[in-house]
Design a protein around this ligand. Sequence first.
Ligand SMILES: *[C@@H]1O[C@H](CO)[C@@H](O)[C@H](O)[C@H]1NC(C)=O
Ligand SMILES: *[C@@H]1O[C@H](CO)[C@@H](O)[C@H](O)[C@H]1NC(C)=O
Ligand SMILES: *[C@@H]1O[C@H](CO)[C@@H](O)[C@H](O)[C@H]1NC(C)=O
Length: 527
Amino acid sequence: MHLLRILFAIFAVQHVQSANILGIFPHVGKSHFIAFEPLLKHSARTGHQVTVVSFFPQKDPPANYTDVSLREIAQIRKEAVNLQLFERSNKFINSLGLKMFLRQIFSFRPLSDLALNVCSGLVKFQPLAEVMQKHYDVVLIENFNSDCVLGLLHIYKIKAPVISLLSCPMMHWSASRIGLTDNPSFVPTITSQTSSIGSFLERLENSAMYVYFKLWFRYAVQVKERAIIEKRFQRKIPDLDVLARNISMMLVNTHHSLNGVRPLLPGVVEVGGMHLKDKRSKTIPHYIERFLNESEHGVVLFSWGSLIKTASIPKYKEDIIVNALSKLKQRVIWKYEDSDEEGTLSGNILKVKWIPQYELLQHPKVIAFIAHGGLLGMTEAISAGKPMLIVPFYGDQPLNGAAATSIGLGKAISYADMTEKSLLEGLQSVLSAEMRVSARRASKMWQDRIADPLDTAVYWVERVIRWGDQDPLHSAARDLTFIEYNLIDVAAVILLAIVFIILVLRIVVNQILRLLSASMSKKEKLH
Ligand SMILES: *[C@@H]1O[C@H](CO)[C@@H](O)[C@H](O)[C@H]1NC(C)=O
Ligand SMILES: *[C@@H]1O[C@H](CO)[C@@H](O)[C@H](O)[C@H]1NC(C)=O
Ligand SMILES: *[C@@H]1O[C@H](CO)[C@@H](O)[C@H](O)[C@H]1NC(C)=O
């Protein structure tokens, strides 16, 4: 039997012929799923049986790709973020320097409600229970705002190795589950404002956020999700954090040349851009193509992504934007839900409901991109080598904006403090010849890889299928307690030893002094 297994394993090095892959992605934001979709579809096309549980079933699934739609357990989120939220906060909060803290804390709050809501739906969702009865060789899940799926895998006794996928930079709670160093003295957390932590205040803020969000995820999400699962199935399950520390590896949608250098491990592989290769090319609508053709000085593309409701922008701010844009000699395509079917043209600005973003970014007439700093849009811009003006709102956007600035891919400006002047200056700098050259250089560096990111992801998924936990990819730090990891026990012993030595020395010195002074006074008496 043992020999057979070895023979099988050796054979399997060359081929993972047809593995059963289960992907569970219970997050309602489409941009996350877009990052993973090509890996899932590609796996089905290369001969694996792929079962995908998500809010985004395929319209036209490839052979051997089975969808289980979660649409009935929650609403998907689209154009859900109201821009009124990002107006200048009150002076009192600003004056205390608390704005950034509060912005970061509030932007995460909805994510725990969302996680618990979806988890409550998942535990009762019969199609998922059926899917969980089958055998799988690997399970792909997202590492974002929830660990509910890990609890369910335990309930249904699925022993397959688990790979976590991240569509954004690593979350505050990602590193510890694989044993990765994320010391906040130099590793920016995902909500950080800057991409290089240095000054005392930056380290203070980064450390505060690091501790706050670890605790937040533990108590606002993990503990509550565990309770939801235990209540539904009427039995105890291990702490979700313990289950999380059993994942095999992570595939992260970043690349150091864009997102900055941070410590990695064999089990943390950067695959930034893996969603680009397998994308089915969308055609550019006729009216947009005509607009591009007629623009002799080029076009600036303007989109704040799929989650922000652009039409909720206050009137005065829209005027600021329109005034600044109308001073450009270039023309502008603005993704704006409230516009006509064939776009609404006024002056040099064409507002359109929907854009084929990546196709437009690759179009030679498009020379710059006004964006919100979501990682998918940034990835598309760096791949196309187009400079960006980033107006970050929440989540990882400020960090991404800072990263783009530091590599010469673009510039970031504040939305709350946006004026016609700041916007126009930002645009002029992004449209400058220097920025266009540095964006192309950043693009070349980003593309310069040992292998294509999708092929890299496929390789690692198949490697994990082949070896599972026989080939650990995490570091030993994963299994240490807080005290052990931070050497607090060792430091305490060293401190005690030092105190002990000082005490002993003091006693010895005192004794010597006493003996000396005794012998001195004896000598004096003799005289
Ligand atoms: C789908 O799976 C079946 C069974 O493994 C296999 O025979 C078939 O070739 C697969 N189809 C594709 C398109 O890979
Ligand atoms: C940890 O994962 C391995 C597979 O990689 C599995 O065999 C084992 O049962 C898991 N342990 C727990 C506690 O879930
Ligand atoms: C735009 O220009 C290209 C190349 O010159 C041409 O092939 C295409 O038909 C034009 N499209 C429109 C809508 O005018």
